[in-house]
Design a protein around this ligand. Structure first.
Ligand code: ATP
Length: 210
């Protein structure tokens, strides 16, 4: 069975995440895509909602998507969430043969060279980078060169090797971000249509992002 992970802060989850994850599951032709919220992010400011709140909102947002699941391993640890460590642990659990994808948005790929041990990520998984409004394919070394070396011409869904390649894909995405939701809430503006009603209720009940 192929495993695909989609990491993020999900502070809070929004329709952009749910859509991209759903379309990725379809694109990769897999039955189960795991959303992996990070516990203590390393490359960005700390989340406002705590890990448990982000998990609860995520659970609410995917109730009607049987193809999506939550991978809790990063939120359940107290140390910083380095993707390379999570990938090593997951690879140790699933063994060397199984195909593993790590999916991320293009904005995240642009920052990849700042990730801990980024050159070793492909030892454990394939990376699928999804085009995102406002984010470009990296054009500067060393990332550009690394991409040229590892980019596959094959479709990700046809990938038979367990790890080692970079795939780009262009999906039908929504231009929504968690930053936009947090800003709107701060300005007491509506976030209807940006995230599911259950998540909106939760945010208001817990006075998040005020
Ligand atoms: P923030 O605004 O707080 O940075 P975000 O909306 O970018 O949050 P994250 O939880 O940081 O969401 O993102 C998780 C992953 O989802 C990242 O790989 C990011 O690129 C991707 N992503 C988030 N929103 C979208 C979207 N609307 N379209 C495509 N990719 C997205």
């Amino acid at each position: 069975m192929t495993i695909a992970l989609f990491g993020g802060t999900f502070d809070p989850v929004h329709f952009g995440h749910v859509e991209i994850a759903t379309q990725l599951a379809e694109h990769l032709k897999i039955e189960n895509l795991r959303l992996m919220p990070c516990g203590v992010p390393v490359h960005r400011e700390q989340p406002i909602a705590n890990a448990n709140q982000r998990l609860e909102m995520l659970g609410m947002a995917i109730t009607d998507r049987p193809q999506l699941a939550i991978e809790r391993r990063e939120v359940e640890q107290s140390e910083p969430s380095y993707s390379i460590d999570s990938l090593r642990r997951i690879r140790a659990d699933i063994g060397p043969e199984q195909t593993l994808f790590m999916c991320l948005g293009m904005d995240a790929l642009e920052q990849l060279q700042h990730w801990h041990q980024w050159r070793q990520l492909l030892d454990y998984c394939h990376i699928v980078a999804v085009a995102r409004p406002g984010a470009q394919r990296p054009t500067k070394p060393p990332l550009k060169l690394w991409i040229e070396q590892h980019q596959s011409q094959q479709s990700a869904a046809d990938e038979s090797r367990p790890s080692g390649h970079l795939h780009f894909c262009s999906l039908n995405l929504l231009d929504i971000s968690s930053t936009q939701i947090r800003q709107r809430l701060k300005q007491r503006r509506s976030i209807d249509t940006l995230t599911p009603d259950a998540v909106i209720d939760y945010i208001h009940r817990h006075h998040l992002y005020e």
